[in-house]
Design a protein around this ligand. Structure first.
Ligand SMILES: [Zn+2]
Length: 194
């Protein structure tokens, strides 16, 4: 995993990843020193001196363990030092891999005159044909079933449905269904009574 860090002062970027492990494995304290990790480089050097001094050649084994440990830890050691120094971690950018923006089909064919017009056009510039991309749902126009209304004795007057029921009581309804419902209920009530 490669992490990228940017120096906010100058925009300079450094990558930290597997390469740090490889570099530390092969070059040890030299690599760490180059990367500015002086204390870790010094720690390895001191460990070499102490371990070889104390244990002689068998000390090489311990040094090897430390060496490999540093190689494994190197990416996070270096990454942490960037963060400590005020660098900020940036999202990896695959600038070379980024596909060029797909060129949108920016024209369309007018269905009326077959000329190519701009994709966003609402009106054809050749024949004034209007494009209706968003087909609006047609407003529900209530067409009263006049035969049915007549059957129930409902009159349609200026958009209202008028019914003169029991005791010559006039009822007005906004829609035919309500009027018919009312008449049905009234008729049902009457037939129950008789
Ligand atoms: Zn046209």
């Amino acid at each position: 995993m490669t992490r990228q860090f940017e120096n906010p002062a100058n925009g300079y970027r450094e990558e930290v990843g597997f390469g740090a492990s490889v570099g530390t494995f092969f070059f040890g304290f030299i690599y760490l020193a180059i990367k500015g990790q002086w204390r870790h480089a010094a720690a390895i050097l001191i460990a070499i001196v102490i371990l070889i001094g104390a244990l002689g050649p068998p000390g090489v084994m311990f040094i090897f363990v430390i060496w490999v440990g540093y190689a494994i830890a190197a990416p996070s050691i270096i990454a942490n030092s960037y963060l400590r120094n005020g660098w900020r971690e940036v999202e990896e950018t695959y600038s070379s891999n980024v596909a060029p923006p797909v060129k949108k089909n920016d024209t369309k064919k007018c269905p009326k005159c077959a000329e190519e017009v701009k994709f966003e056009a609402k009106i054809c510039r050749f024949c004034r044909h209007e494009f209706t991309e968003s087909v609006e749902a047609p407003a529900r126009v209530e067409v009263p079933d006049t035969a049915l209304l007549q059957q129930y004795g409902i009159a349609s007057q200026e958009g209202e449905f008028v019914y003169v029921g029991m005791n010559n009581l006039t009822r007005r309804f906004d829609n035919a269904d309500d009027a018919i419902d009312f008449v049905k209920r009234e008729k049902a009530a009457l037939s129950n009574k008789s």
